[in-house]
Design a protein around this ligand. Structure first.
Ligand SMILES: Cc1cc2nc3c(=O)[nH]c(=O)nc-3n(C[C@H](O)[C@H](O)[C@H](O)COP(=O)(O)OP(=O)(O)OC[C@H]3O[C@@H](n4cnc5c(N)ncnc54)[C@H](O)[C@@H]3O)c2cc1C
Length: 283
């Protein structure tokens, strides 16, 4: 199908883009990898497209004592070619390798993926698993939103119509942290049937602490699994403790059944992926 007609604007600043978004039924365009198919299927027919291409200052990757800050226009390709991230945030670097195919990774952006909020997408999964903070700018000013509060359901977020994501902060990553990322897709580059991002720190006794286990594709939004995390916290990370956390994770998710996989399969897959991610972390 052809796209419905729309007006087009290419602002150069966040303030200008926000004013345009608030002026009528408008949509921001970043990499276009989700929005263009939506327009082509006429699932959305905005009056105005606000292209972020020329908006300045949104394409930086900053690494400092706060952690890793990704501007909204940072592309998957920028992440996978920034060698600093291999130590500054290895979990992010690993997860982004699984996003889509080469051509899409050249265009798709952090802000577009977060705003689109696909429950199986890697960046929202990393945001939720790592307690990320999003910076959002709208006509009422700037606000900071925790990833846990940002995602409200499948393709649903707390963004208002005139708001833009400008950046996301992934809090500081200690070098000794243990981590693992695992996902399963039918073909490499496809959206995952399910995925798991996990990490923990080791306390003075060598036991797991600050355990974070997040899932994608196994709920209507990316989320952490509190019961599975508690099952590992305070434990020596043995195969038995890992198996207990994996079983808890499987019981904690409420996955959908769809044309790709039934819920029972996804629940079993989550257990396998948690086990693999934590086993990778322990090594
Ligand atoms: C064949 C195919 C396979 C894919 N596989 C995967 C995959 O395996 N994993 C994965 O994670 N993704 C996958 N994607 C999606 C891809 O990663 C896109 O990058 C992502 O969904 C959207 O990013 P974008 O920059 O293209 O956003 P756009 O398509 O430009 O925008 C998406 C939505 O976000 C809004 N938006 C964009 N920027 C902002 C902003 N700064 N603030 C507020 N709202 C904003 C737009 O208005 C729109 O509603 C795939 C896409 C395709 C076409």
């Amino acid at each position: 199908m052809k796209l419905a007609p729309f007006r087009y604007a290419a602002p150069t600043s966040v303030a200008e883009a926000v004013a345009l978004l608030g002026s009528c039924d408008a949509k921001a365009l970043s990499g276009g990898q989700s929005l263009m198919p939506i327009l082509a299927f006429r699932l959305s027919a905005p009056e105005l497209i606000v292209d972020l291409k020329h908006v300045r200052g949104l394409d930086r990757i900053t690494i400092d004592e706060r952690g890793v800050i990704l501007g909204a226009k940072v592309r998957w390709h920028d992440i996978e070619t920034d060698a600093r991230l291999l130590s500054a945030h290895p979990l992010l670097a690993e997860a982004i390798k699984h996003v889509a195919h080469y051509q899409i990774r050249n265009r798709g952006t952090v802000g577009g993926s977060l705003a689109h909020a696909d429950p199986a997408a890697e960046m929202p999964g990393i945001a939720a698993s790592c307690d990320a903070i999003l910076t959002i700018v709208g006509s009422k000013g700037e606000r900071k939103v925790a990833a846990a509060d940002f995602f409200e359901g499948a393709l649903q977020t707390c963004l208002e119509a005139d708001e833009l994501i400008t950046e996301i902060l992934l809090p500081f990553w200690p070098q000794a942290r243990r981590w693992g990322f695992q996902e399963f897709a039918r073909r490499r580059g496809d959206f995952a049937l399910a995925g798991v991002a996990a990490y923990y720190d080791l306390d003075a006794q060598g036991h797991a602490s600050n355990t974070h286990i997040g899932v994608i594709g196994a709920s209507d939004r990316p989320r952490r699994l509190a019961t599975a995390e508690s099952a590992l916290n305070g434990m020596a990370v043995t195969p038995g403790a890992i198996a207990a956390a994996a079983a808890a994770a499987s019981a904690e998710v409420d996955p959908p059944s769809d044309i790709h996989a039934p819920a029972d399969y996804r629940r079993a897959l989550v257990a396998t992926l948690v086990e693999r991610a934590l086993t990778h972390a322990a090594r």
